[in-house]
Design a protein around this ligand. Structure first.
Ligand code: ADP
Ligand code: MG
Length: 227
């Protein structure tokens, strides 16, 4: 489903953020990307969303080379990838219902389809009581759950959660992780970045370790795979 082939990327200021990274993620997998701050986790997401392009190597998602996508295809790509940031991606001026429907509207869905998906996601995440609230009136755990609900409303092929548990207490973290595991059990490829080793140790999933832009380990089911 997603392949990085010897990807090299430096930011315009010369910072080498991704240094010859290769990996392949299959449909239905659950994968952690772990690494300290600055190791390149968020950059992987930006490259995947075609916000930046690698200077070397190739990124292939859903059978297509990302650098060759046309403008509208890039839009489509972004709909196939449900992104969850650290809860900052809700719009403060809109209530929860508006936040949820805007995402669907931007994806070009008609009213009927928007309503169907909204109802589904509201039921699933139990958000009925929260619809008229504004993001500032919710806890960080709730905001993170709503960001996740919104990402899922587009029925993506893959969910990329960038440090979804950062600054959450253990209970709220567990709730988010449980939700991500459930999404994965339903067949969606889930990628979770974190710098929290404890979190990774609790779950027996594949772990890619990044250090200063290099992929230093790829551990599958407790087995080291040298890269
Ligand atoms: P992580 O998400 O693992 O904390 P990032 O992918 O954000 O790491 O950053 C990787 C490296 O790229 C770091 O050295 C960071 O300082 C640098 N970096 C990130 N964003 C930019 C940017 N917009 N311009 C220049 N350097 C950046
Ligand atoms: Mg980051």
């Amino acid at each position: 489903m997603l392949r990085f082939e010897k990807v090299v990327f430096s930011y315009p200021d010369g910072t080498v953020a991704i240094d010859n990274v290769s990996f392949e993620l299959s449909e239905g997998e659950f994968v952690f990307i772990i690494g300290p701050n600055g190791s390149g986790k968020t950059t992987i997401l930006k490259l995947l969303l075609a916000k930046y392009f690698p200077q070397k190597g190739e990124i292939i998602f859903d059978g297509k080379k990302i650098k060759e996508l046309k403008g509208w295809e890039r839009q489509l790509l972004r709909q196939k990838i449900g992104v969850v940031f650290q809860g900052r991606n809700l719009i403060p001026e809109l209530n929860i219902e508006e936040n949820l429907s805007l995402r669907l509207e931007l994806a070009g869905m008609d009213k009927k389809e928007r309503e169907r998906r909204l109802t589904e996601i509201v039921d699933r995440f139990n958000l009925k009581d929260k619809l008229k609230y504004f993001p500032s009136q919710l806890s960080s755990g709730e905001k993170r759950r709503i960001a996740l609900a919104r990402a899922l409303s587009l029925e993506p092929l893959m969910v990329f959660a960038d440090e979804p548990t950062a600054n959450l207490d253990p209970l709220a973290s567990l709730e988010i992780m449980t939700e991500l595991v459930r999404i994965n059990k339903e067949g969606t490829l889930v990628v979770v970045t974190t710098h929290n080793k404890e979190l990774v140790d609790k779950f027996r999933y594949r772990v890619l370790s990044l250090e200063r832009g290099k992929l230093v380990k790829d551990i599958q089911e407790g087995k080291y795979v040298l890269t």
